[in-house]
Design a protein around this ligand. Structure first.
Ligand code: KIV
Length: 295
């Protein structure tokens, strides 16, 4: 897309970069260009689907960036997937900052979004802005995400007013699991009215995109048609402007129950388990190490 022309090119990578869905240069033509919030708007306008994955470390961040994933979310799902908590509720800003710094430091093109954890923005706009600034200054995030529609619109407005892009998150919001009464699909039946009100509220507050988690596909379609900002589905069906998945679920690394909306694209748990068993057997038998692995 032509507005990429004036954007600063990142260092070209040796690895092939998937064709830039926004029309900017790929590595073959001079290096990937950083995804910006305007590219999210352009993608919606042009009907180009946006892709996002969670990432919590520099190794996966680099792989996903080189594969052309448009944005990486340093989600508070790190609570379950990295830190060993049962829910996302205990996660703190101090725990997410080093993970965000690792991801932001590894990418050339992907847009890096830091998730604001529970307890870091609910007290009001001042607290929310303070947290968002920490993610931008201390971790190098490009944007922040926070949960809640109408209830979070003042926080979103304040953060956006300070020049920090905000991705909103409505529908099922895991930080409110207990308030919502469990893992329950949102926006069903009459619930679509609240979903539409939440969507309008976050758009009016200045969010550049909104995650729709665990909502019926038809409700997500209505929100997508209503809004001029892109909708990003996490279990919101095919009508959204983009799709986001938790990478450990998507790559088959999660060993517990995974949500129905996830399609697994690999079986990393199987691959790593097989490798560990083979290596253990080789050490036991003396097949490893051999001379070629010794000094
Ligand atoms: O933390 C996370 O991974 C998320 C997504 C599920 C949207 O918030």
């Amino acid at each position: 897309m032509s507005d990429h022309a004036s954007d600063g090119a990142a260092t070209p990578s040796e690895a092939p970069v998937a064709e830039n869905p926004y029309g900017g240069a790929s590595s073959a033509t001079g290096g990937p260009k950083r995804v910006r919030t305007r590219h999210f708007q352009n993608a919606k306008r042009d009907g180009i689907k946006i892709t996002g994955l969670t990432s919590y470390d520099q190794l996966t961040a680099r792989i996903f960036d080189e594969a052309g994933i448009d944005f990486l979310l340093v989600g508070d799902s790190a609570g379950n997937n990295v830190l060993g908590y049962e829910t996302t509720l205990p996660v703190t800003v101090d725990e997410l900052i080093p993970l965000t710094r690792a991801v932001a430091g590894a990418v050339e093109r992907s847009f890096v979004i830091a998730d604001m954890p529970f307890g870091s923005y609910e007290n009001g706009p001042d607290e929310a802005l303070h947290t968002a600034i920490r993610f931008m200054k201390e971790a190098g995030a490009h944007a922040v995400k926070l949960e809640g529609g109408e209830r979070s619109h003042k926080q979103i407005r304040r953060i956006v007013g300070a020049g920090i892009p905000v991705m909103a998150h409505i529908g099922y919001t895991p930080q409110s699991e207990h308030g919502l009464g469990g893992h329950i699909i949102q926006g069903r039946g009459e619930g679509v009215k609240q979903l539409l009100a939440d969507a309008r509220a976050v758009q009016d507050a200045g969010a550049f995109a909104v995650v729709l988690e665990m909502v019926p596909a038809d409700a997500a379609r209505q929100v997508t048609e209503l809004l001029h900002i892109p909708t990003i589905s996490v279990g919101g069906g095919p009508h959204c402007d983009g799709q986001l998945l938790v990478w450990t679920d998507w790559a088959g690394l999660t060993t517990g129950r995974i949500p129905r909306f996830v399609k697994q694209y690999a079986n990393l748990a199987g691959v790593l388990g097989d490798a560990a068993r083979e290596w253990r057997a080789d050490v036991a038998s003396g097949a490893y190490p051999t001379e070629e692995h010794s000094y």
